[in-house]
Design a binder for this molecule. Structure first.
Ligand SMILES: [Fe+2]
Length: 498
């Protein structure tokens, strides 16, 4: 059966869905050369519209995940993209139609994220609703796609992008906001951190009932150590953390998540209550029995969605990241029923900032470190949990109440000096989150390359631009072309093959 593409904000411009699976061997290089010493894959996942659901267009978080992978070796690039074959995807493929209906999916407006409960029937009973479309990260030799809520992580083959299945450690995880619908139907953050030396993964799940957060430390052999945060201050969207040598640092910020907002109040699953304080939880990494320290701050209402890294010097803990004036999600105070969806950076703006915590006194302060709008922060991930110097972000300019992203920004977090290269000016394009790849396996922190995906969506063309961290201001050393529009993806990571 054929159908038109719904003309909705979440499916237009850069959000037009890439509805085919492609394999491009030996991609065309339109500028420069791919560094021969780079060997690895750059993977991203994103929500991709497949077909109408039973209730129209599903929310972004309820759209099927599609993974894109660019594998580099010996100066050659091969591109593939594949649907993540989740239990939901497979059920709908089997029937050739949308089978799922969400409690937050029938308003056709800004409230339809797709994080509501699924209305279960004889077909969807026992099938996790997860779409694994927020992030994909390397773990134990596989790439693992996560949607943060709705279902367990799913492993994919790093070369073929074939879905291998739900990770075998999923039964040891814990539920997110949804009741499990089958054995092992749990949830896992989209932004875990890891220790490069040990391969240990630091993740968690969050929900709208106590305990609001369960921390999961996952070992490469699949063993999982868990800790429930029964004393967490409130239910927060625990989207990202910082890792230090001693702690997982989890910010409790008053962006709330609660399914009752949908079912009892007909609101979005997400809420914003700036009356609540920002609380920093220091969760010991190495001793599951050691107490969690909660530091209640008097930092004014603001929001860090994604983190750079943290440094500890004596009794001073610095937590870096782009700081938003408010979360970039629409809440009831922004929209009326029937309004179309507002997408991310159109209603809020962020710029590089730092929270500084005095570990002796518990005093906290917030500083803005730049005036330039920026988000999608990344670091040299080999140094997660070890302190850091180099931060990478997508930069932009203020646009109405939000921001328009157009550049790559590299910041020396010690001196706060930065380099910027403007990737686009006024032509339609989406400059997506970049990722760092080291020059050699053992290069010092920040010595290597940054790969930035750029969707020239109006020209139906995709591109990966590779920058050398020695000097990004001269522009990319290499451009790899995709002869079609690459679908929109929020996040991704590098897996090193060396
Ligand atoms: Fe994210």
């Amino acid at each position: 059966m054929g159908y038109p593409l719904p003309q909705e904000a979440r499916l237009t411009g850069p959000f037009q869905p890439m509805r085919f699976e492609a394999t491009v061997d030996e991609c065309i290089v339109t500028h420069g050369e791919i560094p021969k010493d780079l060997a690895g894959g750059f993977y991203r996942t994103g929500p991709t519209w497949k077909r109408p659901t039973r209730q129209g267009t599903n929310g972004l978080l309820g759209m099927d995940g599609m993974v894109q992978g660019l594998v580099l070796e010996n100066g050659r690039a091969d591109f593939r993209n594949r649907w993540v074959r989740t239990p939901k995807y497979q059920l709908e493929e089997q029937h050739g139609r949308g089978m799922f209906e969400w409690t937050d999916g029938d308003w056709h407006d800004w409230r339809t994220y797709g994080y509501g409960d699924v209305k279960r029937d004889q077909y969807t009973c026992g099938v996790p609703q997860g779409t694994n479309n927020v992030n994909i990260f390397p773990f134990a030799g596989e790439m693992v796609a996560s949607g943060e809520q709705g279902g367990p992580p799913i492993a994919l083959d790093p070369i073929t992008l074939e879905t291998k299945g739900i990770v075998n450690w999923s039964p040891k995880l814990s539920p997110g906001i949804h009741a499990p619908t089958a054995f092992g139907d749990n949830s896992f953050t989209a932004h875990p951190k890891w220790d490069h030396e040990t391969g240990v993964l630091y993740g968690w799940a969050y929900r709208d009932t106590a305990p609001y957060v369960t921390v999961h430390v996952v070992h490469p052999d699949g063993a999982v150590e868990s800790r429930e945060l029964w004393d967490a201050p409130y239910n927060t969207v625990a989207h990202d953390i910082w890792l230090t040598p001693e702690w997982m640092v989890m910010p409790f910020q008053p962006m709330l998540i609660d399914k009752k907002r949908i079912t009892e109040r007909e609101l979005s699953v997400f809420g914003w209550d700036p009356e609540l304080p920002i609380v920093i939880a220091l969760i010991p990494r190495h001793d599951p029995a050691a107490p969690v320290r909660y530091i209640t701050t008097d930092i004014e209402p603001q929001y860090i969605m994604h983190t750079l890294s943290a440094n500890v010097s004596g009794n001073i803990l610095t937590l870096d990241g782009p700081i938003f004036n408010r979360p970039p999600f629409p809440f009831e105070q922004d929209f009326a029923a029937g309004d179309d969806v507002a997408l991310f950076f159109s209603i809020a703006k962020s710029a590089l900032g730092r929270w500084t915590i005095d570990l002796n006194t518990g005093q906290a302060k917030s500083e803005q470190l730049s005036d330039r709008p920026s988000e999608l922060p990344k670091v040299d991930e080999r140094f997660y949990g070890k302190g850091y110097r180099w931060g990478y972000q997508v930069g932009g300019v203020v646009k109405k109440g939000g921001m328009k992203m157009n550049s790559l920004v590299v910041t020396d977090m010690q001196t706060l000096s930065d380099q910027e290269f403007q990737i686009r000016s006024d032509e339609p394009a989406a400059v997506l989150e970049g990722t760092f790849a080291p020059r050699h396996k053992d290069s010092p922190e920040g010595d290597g390359y940054i790969i930035v995906p750029v969707s020239w969506w109006a020209e139906k063309r995709g591109e990966f631009q590779i920058f050398d961290t020695h000097d990004i201001t001269q522009g990319p050393i290499c451009k790899i072309e995709l002869p079609f529009m690459m679908g929109w993806t929020p996040h991704g990571h590098w897996m090193d093959f060396r």
